[in-house]
Design a protein around this ligand. Structure first.
Ligand code: HEM
Length: 123
């Protein structure tokens, strides 16, 4: 492939919009994850859209608006167990599977997210 970033290979902004739209309903339905999230999920979806765009090599939307990501620190207020990290990744795996991204690309993205997910375990 001739693409420079995962962001571009996946399809850019429309892809990441779709991904968060598919991801958060799964989070909100998950018994281990739902209690951690606010009822109004829209602001979280917007931040995640910005963050994932940036994380996968797209425009620095998150940092432009919210400063240094410091993602582990931003997750410290929430009790994140290993089971919750696995649940988060499983919601992401299922959300990715509903997109048109090629399976190899889905696998790469999930692999890239699993490092941070386990790193955020704090309880
Ligand atoms: C390991 C399991 C994870 C759990 C249980 C979790 C849970 C949460 C919770 C509860 C929030 C705050 C929602 C609110 O605003 O009230 C949040 C915010 C966020 N999470 Fe996670 N998260 C996890 C993993 C990840 C991963 C792997 C990423 C990306 C690499 C990520 C990216 C974000 C972003 C960008 C925000 C918004 C931060 C902000 O407020 O600026 N999370 N997460």
């Amino acid at each position: 492939m001739d693409y420079t970033t995962i962001y571009e290979a996946a399809g850019g902004a429309p892809f990441f919009r779709e991904l968060v739209e598919r991801f958060y309903p799964k989070v909100q339905e998950h018994p281990l994850l739902a209690p951690l999230f606010p009822e109004d999920i829209r602001p979280v979806m917007e931040k995640q859209y910005q963050f994932l765009s940036q994380f996968f090599g797209g425009p620095s939307l998150y940092s432009d608006q919210h400063g240094h990501p410091m993602m582990r620190a931003r997750h410290l207020p929430f009790p994140i167990t290993r089971e919750r990290a696995e649940a988060w990744l499983d919601c992401m795996r299922r959300a990715l599977a509903e997109t048109d991204a090629p399976p190899e690309l889905q696998a790469i993205m999930l692999e890239r997210l699993s490092g941070p997910a386990y790193h955020f375990v704090n309880s």
